[in-house]
Design a protein around this ligand. Structure first.
Ligand code: 13P
Length: 254
């Protein structure tokens, strides 16, 4: 059985010392047999996390990388630099980067291709804003982001990509999508992938949900059909919360 992915996006939080302390506190879930735990610390903490995860099943990755492999790109980080510290995952196209750093679908696509060509697992982040949801443009926005983000990827390459559906209105707001809203979006994404590739690819590709996931709503979200894991922001910075999220079981409905 494929394990659910529980990913922790620390965003721009934690110094090296704080990162070490957080990793030590979440030790009970770093060798979890049921879940694939993936930590996304800031660049400066990658080597600290790398050392502390040695011999554990938990993996780690970067929150961004450049699409070129080297050159005059001041302030950027390349795939080889990430490989050197032992990363295997990378977040691509998080809405905070799309909004604050003007990352567009073309940049996202180039990064996804560089990641896949270098044996990395990219997590392609997509999601609509509140205005787009309220004007019933969610499906169209997700389609555009996926078609552009995966442009040019063959079937065998696309299977290396993980998609994270993160509605912008749910990120950091305390207002998670409902289990039904998340399942619906995931099912639309799979229909689109069937269209772009085939049913087999659509079933095999892993699709995560992200946006205000907590230890309170995780059991309900775990019931959602077609949800292969979670990308957790704020709650992943609190060790007890994150441990509960990783260990959570789907809520039983009577
Ligand atoms: P929150 O869990 O803080 O809403 O953040 C979600 C997110 O952006 C993960 O990438």
């Amino acid at each position: 059985m494929v394990k659910l992915i529980i990913a922790a996006n620390w965003k721009m939080n934690k110094t090296r010392k704080e990162a070490a302390s957080l990793i030590k506190k979440v030790r009970p879930i770093l060798n979890n047999k049921q879940r694939e735990v993936v930590i996304f610390p800031p660049f400066t903490c990658l080597d600290v996390v790398s050392k502390l995860l040695k011999g554990k099943s938990a993996k780690f990755g970067a929150q961004n990388m450049h699409y070129e492999t080297k050159g005059p790109y001041t302030g950027e980080i390349s795939v080889d630099m990430l490989k050197e510290v032992g990363c295997s995952y990378v977040l691509i196209g998080h809405s905070e980067r799309r909004i604050n750093c003007n990352e567009n679908d073309e940049d996202v696509n180039r990064k996804i291709r560089t990641a896949v060509e270098n044996e990395f697992t990219p997590i392609l982040c997509i999601g609509e804003n509140l205005d787009e949801r309220e004007s019933e443009r969610t499906d169209a926005i997700l389609e555009e982001q996926i078609r552009n983000g995966l442009n040019g990827l063959t079937k065998d390459k696309v299977l290396k990509v993980v998609i994270a559906y993160e509605p912008i209105w749910a990120i950091g707001t305390g207002r998670s999508a409902t289990t039904e809203q998340a399942s619906h979006a995931h099912s639309e994404i799979r229909k689109l992938l069937t269209n772009m590739y085939d049913r087999d690819v659509a079933q095999k590709m892993r699709i995560l949900y992200g946006g205000s996931v907590t230890s309170e709503n995780i059991s309900s979200l775990l019931r959602g059909k077609g949800i292969d894991g979670f990308l957790v922001g704020g709650a992943s910075l609190k060790p007890d919360e994150f441990i509960k999220i990783v260990k959570a079981k789907p809520k039983v409905v009577r």
